[in-house]
Design a protein around this ligand. Structure first.
Ligand SMILES: O=C(O)CCC(=O)C(=O)O
Ligand SMILES: [Fe+2]
Length: 351
């Protein structure tokens, strides 16, 4: 393996023993994370779904509505996904990153300079001139089933592919159930958002953030909102995910192995006519411990047109976003870059 290939992955840079971050990873001062003392009173809401018990639905719906309005991000427990599965998904991800050499991992390399291609990568955007994130990842294309090709996923450990396939199915149905509560919390039919999104295009991205010698100069993942409909994320106990709340970055505190973080994404902001906003978030690095997260994205098909639900538009609540072809939205996101929420803000009719 060429040294250049190794240095194309953040883990390779760390293994090469560099003690200073290469210049292409150094953020401009305004994007550097400031580790302000965290205010413990501000925490991302945690909602027990009580296994979708119909007798508890009214109060759960109310909590979801509140969390969506105030944060666009919240933890859920009581969701019915077995804790062993949540743990195993993180373990197999860690095994891939920790128990094989960079050369072995590169057998699964995603296509360079191509947006969201499946496999092992590091650079998120197509452009070469952007500042890089301190992150490596493995992206799996999981739904619809026609996109699912486990032969492109790691072969080891032996249960890797079966675990990802099972996780994909369970997350897909949980995403629908949560979107049902989100719709109801706005007075819409349960399936309103789900039907507007259409068949889910689901990707599962395992992100691995190696320890960084200069965490004050880098970000693990730059500030963005996810471009699809809804993201379900699990993380280990290291911490590093932050959401922007009223102009301040708030740590999404790791809550334990059964908690799943829900992040509303841009298409849900459009469909709800801005009543719920997508969560702007980022990941920060630290100098001592590698961090792992697994994000499951649920998106419309590229051919889908997305516009605000008509039930949410009237004289007192005019239409806020122009209709967009989802494929155009994604291309523009990958070419321009996220820069926080600039892509969805570009669709606002009265910015
Ligand atoms: O690592 C994290 O917690 C964030 C991952 C994320 O935001 C993403 O992959 O879009
Ligand atoms: Fe994200």
């Amino acid at each position: 393996m060429e040294l250049a290939d190794q240095l194309n992955r953040v883990q390779g840079i760390v293994q090469a023993g560099l003690t200073q971050v290469p210049p292409q990873y150094i953020q401009p001062p305004q994007n550097r994370p400031i580790r302000a003392p965290l205010s413990p009173s501000i925490t991302v809401p945690a909602i027990d779904l009580f296994g979708f018990d119909p007798d508890r639905r009214d109060s759960v719906r109310e909590s979801i509505g509140h969390a969506c309005r105030e944060w666009g991000a919240f933890h859920v427990t009581g969701h019915g996904i077995p804790i062993e599965l949540l743990r195993r998904v993180k373990e197999i991800g860690l095994t891939f990153f920790n128990n094989s050499s960079i050369a072995e991992k590169l057998k699964y390399a995603c296509e360079p300079n191509s947006a969201a291609s499946e496999g092992y990568g590091s650079q998120m955007l197509e452009r070469d001139d952007t500042i890089l994130d301190w992150r490596d990842y493995f992206d799996h294309h999981t739904l619809p089933l026609s996109r699912r090709n486990p032969s492109r996923w790691p072969h080891s450990p032996a249960d890797y592919r079966q675990v990802i396939a099972e996780y994909s199915d369970r997350m897909g149905s949980l995403a629908k159930d949560i979107l049902g509560l989100v719709s109801e919390s706005l007075g819409l039919q349960t399936r309103c958002i789900e039907d507007a999104v259409g068949e889910f295009y689901q990707n599962i991205t395992t992100s691995y953030y190696p320890p960084c010698p200069q965490p004050e100069l880098t970000v693990g993942l730059q500030a963005h909102s996810d471009f699809g409909a809804i993201t379900l994320l699990i993380q280990d106990d290291v911490g590093g995910l932050e959401v922007l709340k009223d102009g301040e970055w708030v740590l999404v505190q790791p809550l334990g192995d059964d908690a799943i973080v829900v992040l509303l994404a841009d298409q849900t902001e459009i469909l709800t006519n801005g009543k719920y906003r997508s969560a702007q978030h980022r990941a920060v690095t630290n100098s001592t411990r590698a961090r792992l997260s697994v994000a499951t994205f649920h998106d419309p098909a590229k051919t889908r047109r997305v516009s605000p639900c008509s039930d949410l538009i009237d004289d007192s609540s005019p239409c806020m976003y122009r209709e967009v072809l989802y494929g155009d939205y994604v291309s523009s996101w990958y070419t321009k870059g996220p820069e926080g929420k600039r892509n969805i803000d570009a669709l606002l009719l009265q910015p």
